[in-house]
Ligand binder design. Structure first.
Ligand SMILES: Nc1nc2c(ncn2[C@@H]2O[C@H](COP(=O)(O)OP(=O)(O)OP(=O)(O)O)[C@@H](O)[C@H]2O)c(=O)[nH]1
Ligand SMILES: [Mg+2]
Length: 443
């Protein structure tokens, strides 16, 4: 991202690129790539520090897990993380989020190491953002902005792009300061357009508000179109793959539909939803791959992604994919269930698919691989059970059907296909009781 920048090759992440920025290239003479139309510079990746302010109850392990995720997000956005700062506070500082002493420590490091971005694992208020920018004199990025930025680089369809742009402008509106004042030029009006006595910032706010209502109208049109499209699909059973980001949804989609949806080891590889028509045992159904969830997903983003989330809301069956190899997989399940509640899709029939069993390691296995077996014996952290133990626990405690697979090694994929067929067939024949059945598996 630092290498390729639509906004003209200044060294910056998308995090600083507000929607619609059209600055001319300057700085270290970027060259324009004729194929992509973007500007490229020989500059190095941007460097960042991460800041977490957990409350006193949060364990160190948990704090580091959250920071691992934040670092993964930062890397996905093309930023290299150099250091993490943690300050335990019952309540973040109202003015600068971290306390005075910690801020001085961060500032010394940032200045000394030439850090260009400071990333917070929480959302900052507009005034905290301004104060921190003034104190640290580098770009300040909070969790929402980081996620919105990644979405912005990933959105491909017109709908997803409009949804992201809406989220960007909604984020920007309360944070407009003098920095953004050149936005007003984009309306083409310049000074003469302004009413008497109006400040530049007020003009900018108006520009942004106009843009927000335009985007909302545009999205309403898209909604109407997709509503018509969905009607045209008739009563075909609809299945949606849901889950935390990076758990393997797109990989499973590709396996089941033999299609070629973009999957990679980055967060939010999929932002647009993809729908494929599949037929198992002569029963057709639609399978959609959807945007992954994450903890503290900005509510604005959820709201503006309404059209994409409709795919989940209108599904007959959800396939909840979990990455069993992730240390926080149980919390991830919770986050997904909570988000499903938020979008009013929690009451749907669900299959729970634990993926990446090939990558699952118990503590002993991890230690053996790292060559220091037994070293962890007296730590109070609960040890990880074996896969067989986990399987037993989950089969017993979940009322949803459960399956353990490896999409990578194609393990238990036939079982997944059979389970899906059974459930799709059940819904299909409830809907069309008079259809002749060629062959239906089980149940
Ligand atoms: N080891 C292992 N890796 C897997 C497996 N399934 C998928 N992956 C990898 O996990 C990463 C994420 O896979 P995706 O299919 O992009 O995940 P996703 O859930 O669609 O992710 P988002 O679209 O970002 O929400 C990729 O690098 C996959 O190759 C598996 O069974 N085992
Ligand atoms: Mg995906």
């Amino acid at each position: 991202m630092a290498k390729k920048s639509n906004s003209g090759g200044r060294q910056q992440t998308n995090s600083t690129r507000h929607p619609g920025a059209t600055d001319a290239p300057r700085g270290n003479q970027p060259t324009r790539n004729p194929d992509t139309g973007t500007y490229e510079t020989a500059q190095q990746r941007e460097t960042a520090v991460l800041i977490a302010v957990p409350d006193k109850r949060q364990s160190d392990t948990r704090t580091q897990e959250y920071l691992d995720e934040l670092e993964f997000l930062a890397e996905t956005a093309g930023v290299e993380v150099k250091k993490r700062f943690v300050q335990r506070l019952d309540k973040p500082d109202i003015r600068t989020f971290v306390g005075e002493g910690k801020l001085a420590e961060i500032k010394a490091y940032v200045t000394h190491s030439g850090i260009s971005v400071v990333i917070f694992d929480d959302d900052l208020s507009p005034s905290q953002l301004r104060n921190l920018e003034a104190e640290l004199m580098v770009k300040i990025v909070d969790r929402s902005l980081l996620i919105i930025d990644i979405f912005a680089t990933r959105a491909k369809t017109a709908t997803a792009r409009a949804q992201v742009e809406l989220a960007q402008y909604q984020y920007l509106l309360p944070r407009l300061t003098g920095l953004w004042s050149h936005l007003s030029r984009q309306r083409g009006g310049g000074v003469s357009m302004r009413g008497p006595g109006e400040t530049e910032i007020e003009t900018d706010r108006r520009v942004v508000r106009d843009r927000i209502s335009l985007l909302k109208d545009k999205l309403k049109d898209f909604d109407k179109q997709s509503h018509t499209q969905r009607k045209a699909r008739g009563g075909v059973v609809r299945v949606a793959l849901v889950g935390y980001t990076n758990v393997g949804k797109s990989t499973i989609m590709n396996l089941l539909s033999r299609s070629d949806v973009f999957a990679e080891n980055k967060l939010f590889a999929t932002v647009d939803s993809t729908v494929r028509k599949i037929s198992f045992d002569n029963i057709p159904f639609l399978l959609s791959d959807t945007v992954g969830f994450i903890r503290k997903l900005p509510t604005r983003l959820i709201e503006s992604f309404k059209s994409t989330l409709d795919e989940i809301r209108e599904a007959d069956l959800l396939v909840h994919v979990v990455d069993i190899s992730h240390p926080s997989f149980e919390e991830q399940i919770e986050v997904v269930n909570e988000t499903l509640k938020d979008i009013e899709a929690a009451d749907k029939p669900m299959l729970l698919v634990f993926n990446k069993i090939d990558q699952y390691r118990t503590d002993t296995e991890t230690e053996r691989e790292a060559g220091f077996e037994g070293m962890n014996e007296d730590e109070d952290a609960p040890s990880r059970p074996t896969l067989a133990q986990l399987q037993d626990t989950y089969m017993a405690k979940m009322h949803d059907p459960v399956l353990f697979i490896s999409a990578k090694n194609r393990e238990n994929i036939e079982e997944l296909r059979a389970l899906l067929t059974r459930h799709v067939a059940k819904i299909h024949y409830q809907r069309y009781p008079n259809t002749v059945i060629d062959h239906v598996d089980g149940e």
